[in-house]
Design a protein around this ligand. Structure first.
Ligand code: NAG
Ligand code: NAG
Length: 288
């Protein structure tokens, strides 16, 4: 018994040392409805609040909760600022509702909160991951507009990287960027004309190419950063091209239990589990 309890306390000490912080920014694809003014992430609930796994758009766990609490190689304390409906900046693309917190707003919440390294959140850059998955709503709410869409992607990404720069200045060194997935293949979009889907796909492809270039430039211009890009578009495509092979119902326009899509615009829990496994492979134990 004594040996067992010594072992238990040794393990506790090891996991306190192995504690990792994750600061996450995004939209409904990532959201768990964390309120930074509520209970903070802890061993009792690694997403702080609401009760694990929070309120997701996946109808259960999402990629973030899987990585936080199931595929983790350390105790991961996840501050998930992602907010359903978020765009990069409401001044560039208006969200569906004025109360939605954009990526710019979310970085503001971080900057005035955990970014100050208060005693209750003593993070260090080397042991903290910063993830950004934004763009679904920027493109979903604008791909059909007149004007040069590529130029608009440059404008969006310039704003995104002003925020990333702020995170870097506050001490962030490990960055995971997720690109815009194949939302033109969502049931919502499958109900539209093919021309709308073709157009949206082209806007996404151009955006993702620019995003990859941005990440490469950011990494080259900043000392001591590690960056990962998870190609969400490629993985969505791979799974959607072989639904049954991945164990899903083969009907690409269906959603709910047993389908890839949890509802008409968001991947369900099973799809999110695949995403988390792929991202864990990408990070390869370097963090989380
Ligand atoms: C992974 O996270 C869970 C939930 O916070 C925690 O109980 C577990 O100890 C963590 N795993 C490791 C290897 O630290
Ligand atoms: C696929 O799912 C959609 C949406 O639920 C439904 O309307 C359609 O009939 C289904 N197609 C087949 C072949 O089952």
């Amino acid at each position: 018994m004594l040996r067992a309890s010594l072992l238990a306390s040794a393990l506790c000490a090891a996991s306190a040392m192995g504690q990792t912080y994750w600061f996450s920014f995004g939209d409904s694809y990532t959201q768990t409805w964390f309120d930074p003014a509520g209970a903070l992430p802890s061993a009792a609930n690694p997403i702080g609040n609401p009760p694990f796994p929070g309120w997701t758009a996946a109808g259960g766990e999402n990629w973030l909760t899987y990585l936080t609490a199931h595929l983790n190689t350390s105790l991961v304390l996840t501050y998930n600022y992602a907010y359903g409906g978020a765009t990069t900046d409401a001044a560039l693309v208006a969200p569906y509702e004025a109360s939605v917190l954009s990526f710019v707003d979310q970085v503001g919440e971080f900057a005035t909160g955990a970014g100050q390294r208060p005693p209750e959140t003593p993070w260090e850059g080397a042991r903290a991951l910063f993830s950004v998955w934004i763009g679904v709503n920027d493109i979903g709410n604008s791909y059909y507009l007149d004007g040069d869409r590529g130029e608009f992607s440059d404008t969006l990404l310039a704003r995104d990287y002003e925020m990333v720069e702020k995170l870097y200045e506050s001490g962030a060194r490990n960055f995971l960027f997720l690109n815009v997935p194949a939302i033109e293949r969502s049931p919502l979009m499958l109900a539209q004309d093919e021309s709308a889907r073709t157009l949206e796909a082209a806007v996404i492809a151009a955006h993702n190419e620019k995003l990859a270039a941005r990440v490469a430039a950011f990494a080259a211009e900043h000392e001591g950063v590690t960056t990962w890009v998870w190609d969400a578009y490629a993985v969505f495509s791979e799974v959607l091209d072989d639904l049954e092979g991945f164990g899903f119902n083969g009907n690409a326009s269906g959603y709910g239990e047993g389908y890839f899509w949890g509802n008409d615009y968001h991947p369900g829990e099973g799809a999110n589990k695949i995403f988390a496994e792929r991202i864990a492979d990408l990070l390869d134990g370097a963090i989380l």
